[in-house]
Structure formats: structure tokens, C-alpha cells
Design a protein around this ligand. Structure first.
Ligand SMILES: Nc1nc2c(ncn2[C@@H]2O[C@H](COP(=O)(O)OP(=O)(O)O)[C@@H](O)[C@H]2O)c(=O)[nH]1
Ligand SMILES: [Mg+2]
Ligand SMILES: [Zn+2]
Length: 252
């Protein structure tokens, strides 16, 4: 059977999306839901963003290339935040459930795997279906780890409250020049793996200049998910954002 992959699926027959979510530590549940294709994703995303605001849920869409450190960053950050905020995670991947299991095992927070079965990005409707698998009444901050890809995830508004991307040092400081849309839709750019900066010709100031060129309002935080450097700044940014949306008083 011919398997369509990636954006080739756009506009084709509705397909199955598998959700795997954690209950107890070693337990995962599987739900299958259908993906429906909406003609106007931007309108659907705006509607979802408003629904989340009404519910008091801040949704962060986290994007990057595969391997830049999304899952590692989430684990470190959630362990700093989970006593202050009720956090949930949606892990999107073409296949496998390793990231949701890793998050659950390392943090104990609600964690769902969105199994896209070929899709290389999420749209608002897929995100909504994922959210349906979470107990949202118990969530202040939900983080969506989008499919690893610097191209089409930037083209599809997921309905997230804010967008964040990770650029890691080994990828090179010129990526804002090569993937302009990704940098222009992000509110926050995390520059990760700064612990290995000495082995690469990655110039952090030059990179920040390229990011500003694409998006003058984007904030930039340097981190190492391995050593934990800068993770406190990312955690404080998240608390600020959640407070901003809820009008809350959670202390960083
Ligand atoms: N040296 C170093 N390695 C990192 C850092 N963050 C992540 N990694 C490693 O990079 C690899 C990919 O990380 P992962 O979190 O799975 O990336 P993802 O695919 O974006 O979720 C793993 O081997 C991590 O241990 C970092 O800050 N420094
Ligand atoms: Mg990951
Ligand atoms: Zn795609």
C-alpha cells in the first residue's frame, strides 16, 4: 500500500491520528481520533485560542528541527515549574511514543502522544483533538512539542497562545536566514546546547542579529538543557506568560 507522507496528506481523505496518554507511571492509554480538514485553519486557530483563554489554559507551541533538544528542555523546565503551575504536555511525532513516555517518567505530569502517522505538522483541529485527551480543568500551562521540522509547522497556526522555537548550536547560526517564517512567527527563540558552543563556529551575537532581522519582537534566551543553564530564565518567561493570560500572581 502506498503511504502518503508529510504535507502530501493535506486535503486528502481524513486519516487516523493516534493518541497515547499516560495514566500511572508505566501505563499508556490509546485513543484513535479522526483528523478533519478545515478549509480555514487561521479562523479555526483563532477560535481555539479564544476557547483556551476562556478556560484559563496557556498553550505553548514548541517547534524546532529534530534533535535540537525539545524533549530534554521540557523535562528540565517542567521539573522547575511543576510545583508552581499545573503543566501538561502533548508530544507530536510521525510515529512512536518515546517522548510522551520520557516526559511522564521524568516529570510525572500529564503527557499525551499525538501520533500523526505521516503528517509533518499539526493544524488547529489536530491540536484541538489532542487537547481533548487531556484533563484541561487541571491545567494552567500546556506545551505542545510539535513535529520536528523548521518548515511547515511555521505555516500552520495551531491555536497556541504563544509560539516558541529552539535553535541548537550544532545547527548553525545562519538558520534565521534560511527559515525566515519559523523565526518570524515565534515569540521566543531558545538557543540551546550552549555548553558545546566552543566546538562550533556558532556566533551567538550574529545569530541574535539574524533573529532580529526576521522578527524584532522575538525574545531570545540562551540555554543548555544538558547543564540546566538558562532554564530558570525560560521557566520565569513561562510563568510571566501564564500570569499575563490569567491575570494571576504566580511567583517565578
Ligand atoms: N550537549 C547537549 N546536548 C543536548 C542538549 N539538549 C539536548 N541534548 C541532546 O540532544 C539529543 C536530542 O535531544 P531531544 O531532547 O530528544 O531533542 P528533540 O528531538 O528536539 O526532542 C539528545 O541526545 C539530548 O541529550 C544540550 O543542551 N546540550
Ligand atoms: Mg522530542
Ligand atoms: Zn507539513
Amino acid at each position: 500500500m502506498l503511504k502518503l507522507i508529510g504535507c502530501a496528506l493535506n486535503g486528502r481523505d481524513p486519516k487516523k491520528v493516534t493518541l497515547v496518554y499516560g495514566g500511572k507511571m508505566d501505563e499508556v492509554k490509546i485513543i484513535e481520533i479522526k483528523k478533519s480538514v478545515f478549509a480555514d485553519n487561521d479562523a479555526d486557530a483563532a477560535k481555539l485560542r479564544e476557547e483556551l483563554k476562556q478556560k484559563g489554559v496557556f498553550l505553548l507551541n514548541l517547534m524546532s528541527s529534530p534533535g535540537s533538544g525539545k524533549t530534554t528542555t521540557l523535562i528540565k523546565t517542567i521539573n522547575l515549574l511543576k510545583d508552581k503551575l499545573r503543566v501538561a504536555v502533548m508530544e507530536a511525532d510521525i510515529d512512536s511514543d518515546v517522548d510522551a513516555k520520557k516526559i511522564l517518567a521524568a516529570t510525572g505530569v500529564q503527557s499525551i502522544q499525538l501520533h500523526t502517522g505521516g503528517m509533518c505538522h499539526l493544524d488547529a483541529e489536530m491540536t484541538r483533538q489532542g487537547l481533548g485527551g487531556l484533563a484541561l480543568d487541571d491545567v494552567d500551562l500546556c506545551i505542545l512539542e510539535n513535529v520536528g521540522n523548521l518548515v511547515c509547522p511555521a505555516e500552520f497556526d495551531t491555536g497556541a497562545t504563544k509560539n516558541c522555537m529552539i535553535l541548537s548550536v550544532p545547527e548553525g547560526d545562519d538558520k534565521p536566514l534560511k527559515y525566515p517564517l519559523m523565526f518570524s512567527v515565534c515569540d521566543l527563540v531558545l538557543i540551546n546546547k550552549i555548553d558545546v558552543a566552543k566546538y562550533f563556529d556558532f556566533d551567538i551575537e550574529r545569530c541574535k542579529g539574524y533573529i532580529r532581522m526576521r522578527n524584532p519582537r522575538a525574545e531570545v534566551i540562551e540555554i543548555s538543557a544538558l547543564t540546566g543553564e538558562g532554564i530558570d530564565k525560560f521557566a520565569a518567561w513561562l510563568i510571566d506568560q501564564v500570569n499575563g493570560q490569567k491575570g494571576g500572581k504566580i511567583n517565578a
